[in-house]
Design a protein around this ligand. Structure first.
Ligand code: BGC
Length: 516
């Protein structure tokens, strides 16, 4: 154990420790300082998770930092959902369009898909350019892949599920007003407007044989696609460029739905006391938490000055506080900001003067991505040669010394561990809220899928927060599973649920009532 981990309190003895030893004293002291500010011990995790629970509850009651968006997805799938659907996923780097047939295998699907690159300018351009681009690509896709009339409804239109992974207020399932852009997007003329309407107008202008049936968040898609195959799924989560989760809540526990024609109009307080209340009297509603906005009031998260800088320099300062500390978009940037600081304090890059080009590269926001961070951490070679090449590649041939490489590797580890442990707080708070200690959190996103140690770190932290023993016997344990294709199959299943298309009439998964 290195000297500077001694004071940190963890409940579990086998928790990993982050940093190498035998660095020159100045660097070692600096690393100690950073380790202190990036370490979130068990007690802090528990406090954060408790506060998280309070904010989740507030969002179900009223307008609050965590919006707890009602999705109008009111049932888990049964695996009997059927039909053919178009789906659109507006991702960070690509626009993905699919034609998906939910086939006769329970939980099965056939997928035809195309990916279209999204130019960076689109993400910060004008609404018309964005929705024209989507509708133009959709037109091309339909021409190429929708060959027969089978997929079309009685109006001659193919139902469409649109996965839009940003916070939207939904009064119906085929509608959604963008609350705010996140993840660095900043398209003019969309916030405060109905994105379903903007897409519909672009579709109608081109006369495409398509009808938007459902607007879906990626987390709700992950929840439903995964539950379609795995009945133990309790939460759909995304740990990628952004972070967020969706889960099923009882309508009686969503006071802000009162007066909207749902069973929340009956008294929520009596609902909790009537444990035996039949499910049909207290139906489910998928909630897209949008918990990236947790702690926007800056009361509990241990923010460092680098987190503050990321926020100040983002297009929406003051928003998505939690996301900016834990999601993939930001982790590489945190590392870069620290490296700049180390350079400015003459602790790093001192042996040879950096060229103007190298300084410029190092000062370029978001030049180091999360993959860079993960590769740096996982470089097992003695000389850290792969990491050296990565620095050279990304930063105009900048060649760190071996000590700087070891320091950077420790840093990458600290940042990734903090990210995974913070991510565990959201899911733990949801589990506490719904009173479950067993189930699968179906996760998508680059951190969950590509970072080799994320799962283990996340699961360890959940156990610490919920006081679970490692390998507990019986029905106890929250496991991180790989989500099924939420923005494709998930969106298609949600369309089927919305339209009430199942292989058997009484096959469950009843029609979603999104018309309140
Ligand atoms: C968005 C969410 C989304 C998450 C993961 C966040 O920035 O606001 O809607 O689910 O990223 O993609």
């Amino acid at each position: 154990m290195s000297a500077f981990t001694e004071n940190i309190q963890f409940d579990r003895e086998d928790i990993e420790f982050a940093v190498p030893v035998d660095l020159p004293q100045e660097l070692e002291e600096e690393l100690q300082r950073l380790e202190k500010s990036f370490t979130v011990d068990t007690a802090t995790l528990k406090k954060i998770s408790k506060r998280f629970g309070e904010e989740l509850k507030a969002g179900l009651e009223r307008d609050a930092d965590i919006p707890m968006n009602v999705t109008w997805v009111t049932a888990f799938p049964t695996g009997q959902e059927r039909g053919t659907y178009l789906t659109i996923d507006l991702g960070g780097t690509n626009l993905r369009i699919c034609l998906i047939t939910l086939n006769d295998e329970p939980g099965g699907s056939d997928v035809k898909q195309e990916k279209y690159p999204l130019a960076a300018e689109i993400k910060t351009g004008a609404a018309d350019d964005l929705f024209s681009h989507i509708a133009d690509r959709l037109g091309e896709f339909v021409k190429k892949h929708v060959k027969d009339d089978e997929a079309k409804d009685e109006e001659g239109k193919v139902p469409l599920g649109f996965t839009f992974s940003y916070p939207a207020t939904q009064h119906r399932i085929d509608h959604g007003i963008l609350q705010t852009w996140t993840k660095g997007w900043d398209v003019d003329g969309v916030e405060g407007n109905d994105v379903a309407d903007l897409l519909n107008k672009a579709i109608q202008k081109r006369n495409l044989p398509v009808k938007l049936v459902a607007l879906v968040n990626d987390t709700t898609g992950a929840l439903i696609a995964s539950a379609y195959n795995d009945p133990d799924t309790i939460i759909g989560a995304v740990f990628g460029t952004g972070c967020n989760a969706a889960y099923m809540e009882r309508v009686s526990q969503i006071p802000k739905l009162k007066g909207k024609g749902t069973t929340a109009d009956s008294d929520a307080s009596t609902a909790t006391s009537e444990q035996s209340r039949a499910q049909k009297d207290d139906p489910l509603m998928a909630i897209n938490c949008e918990y990236g906005a947790f702690d926007n009031s800056h009361e509990i998260l241990p923010r460092t000055r680098y987190d503050e800088l990321i926020d100040e320099q983002s297009p929406r300062p003051g928003e998505q506080t939690f996301e900016k500390m834990s999601a993939g978009l930001y982790l590489g940037e945190i590392l870069r900001l620290i490296l700049v600081d180390l350079r400015d304090n003459q602790l790093f890059f001192t042996s040879a003067k950096l060229t103007d080009e190298q300084n410029k590269a190092l000062e370029t926001p978001y030049i180091l991505d999360t993959e860079f961070l993960a590769n740096l951490e996982n470089d097992g070679s003695e000389s850290l040669s792969d990491s050296k090449s990565a620095f050279q590649k990304f930063l105009a041939d900048l060649t760190p010394s071996f000590d700087e490489l070891r320091f950077s590797q420790a840093l990458a580890k600290l940042i990734a561990i903090r990210g995974a442990r913070l991510c565990a707080c959201g899911a733990s708070a949801i589990c506490s809220r719904i009173g479950t200690r067993y189930g699968h959190v179906a996760a998508d996103g680059s951190m969950a899928v590509k970072h080799p140690r994320f799962k283990e770190r996340w699961e360890d932290a959940v156990r610490e927060i919920l006081d679970m023993r490692m390998g507990a016997l019986g029905h106890e344990g929250i496991e991180l599973t790989n989500a099924e294709d939420g923005s494709g199959v998930g969106a298609a299943v949600i369309c089927a649920l919305t339209l009430g298309r199942t292989s058997s009439k009484d096959g469950g998964g009843g029609k979603v009532d999104g018309t309140h």
